[in-house]
Design a protein around this ligand. Sequence first.
Ligand code: FES
Length: 104
Amino acid sequence: MSIPEEELERGRVVAVDVDGEEFVVWRGSSGALGSAPRRCPHLDHDLVEGHVAGDELVCPGHGWAFDGCGQVYKRNELGRVDPKGNVDVLTLRVEQGTVVVDPR
Ligand code: FES
């Protein structure tokens, strides 16, 4: 499957279905693309409703942050960063103005 690049401007999150599995794809402020499963592994909030902070996607539920490469963190207001494990990611590449999602 593919996503036109104009649908993925910086700060935008889109939902994609890859072989029946739901994911989200976003573009961070640096222009980097990230991905994660659509449902947060904490308490199942929908990550398509998350917001992009830097290159991370932040869950609307309780603020877990997804780095787009499979790492998940909880950042608290005092600066502490607690790792929350790993999640699956998609293999993404840009070809002629289109973000191509490789089959899993
Ligand atoms: S449901 Fe995502 S951080 Fe709690």
